[in-house]
Write a protein that binds this ligand. Structure first.
Ligand code: ZN
Length: 237
């Protein structure tokens, strides 16, 4: 009898370990594909609780990213009180990205689905492939490359290029990549966490776990998604 009880106990412990493990794996899948509710993710925080200027309300990032970003912002302010910096976009879920994608799709005019897909992919990700799903990436100030060539934009750009890596940040969509999205000087990423998600995304992709892709042009997902996810600045890998 005692032996049976002992076996039952061991069996239960194994079951608990397995369920905890599979839960954490699934949550990574939800995060890398953006299919989660931000407020229910325990590592995600609203930037309003940090000393980080934001445009708009309810911008979320992972807590470690927010802390690093706050440190970087406060150091920037100490060194250059006149340089203006703010965050315009943080976490976007699968459904946020789908809204962006579909609205661009609708306005593409009379071109083929393949041409629409390629055109939108110049600057926007397919849902389930955006780094904004991960809580590690954010957009700053103005979403135009020319803004970073003069005035406040240029001062900020020069400072970030020199200093951002000290805080863990890099710019995934830099110049001179043969493939992927166009240059985005406004998009920054927190490397210590993002590299892990990048690997995870690829694992899930090749295991065919990224499913239920209900957006226009989804027939091109398998052809384009890995190319765009992986065509990033080597400094971010
Ligand atoms: Zn972005």
């Amino acid at each position: 009898m005692k032996k049976n009880l002992f076996r039952l106990l061991i069996f239960s412990i194994i079951l608990i370990i397995l369920s905890v493990h599979s839960e954490s794996v699934d949550n990574d899948l939800l995060i890398v594909t953006g299919k989660y509710e931000v407020k229910k993710q325990k590592n995600f925080v609203n930037l309003k609780d940090f000393q980080i200027p934001v445009q708009g309300k309810d911008l979320y990032l992972q807590v470690e990213v927010a802390k690093a970003l706050q440190k970087m912002f406060l150091d920037l302010k100490k060194e250059h009180p006149n340089i203006e910096f703010w965050v315009t976009s943080g976490v976007r879920t699968y459904w946020d990205q789908k809204r962006i994608w579909e609205s661009k799709w609708k306005n593409m005019g009379k071109i083929s689905s393949l041409e629409k897909t390629k055109k939108i992919l110049e600057y926007s990700s397919m849902p389930a492939t955006s780094r904004h799903h991960w809580g590690t990436d954010f957009d700053i100030n103005i979403l135009e490359n020319s803004y970073y060539e003069k005035g406040n934009g240029k001062l900020l750009w020069d400072w970030l290029n020199k200093n951002a890596k000290k805080y863990g940040f890099c710019m995934p969509y830099n110049e001179n990549r043969p493939n992927g999205y166009h240059l985005e000087k406004w998009h920054w990423s927190y490397k210590p966490i993002a590299t892990r998600y990048q690997k995870k995304w690829n694992e899930y992709f090749y295991q065919k776990k990224i499913t239920e892709l209900d957006f226009s042009g989804n027939e091109y997902f398998y052809e384009f998604a890995p190319l765009y996810v992986n065509s990033i600045n080597p400094d971010c890998l």
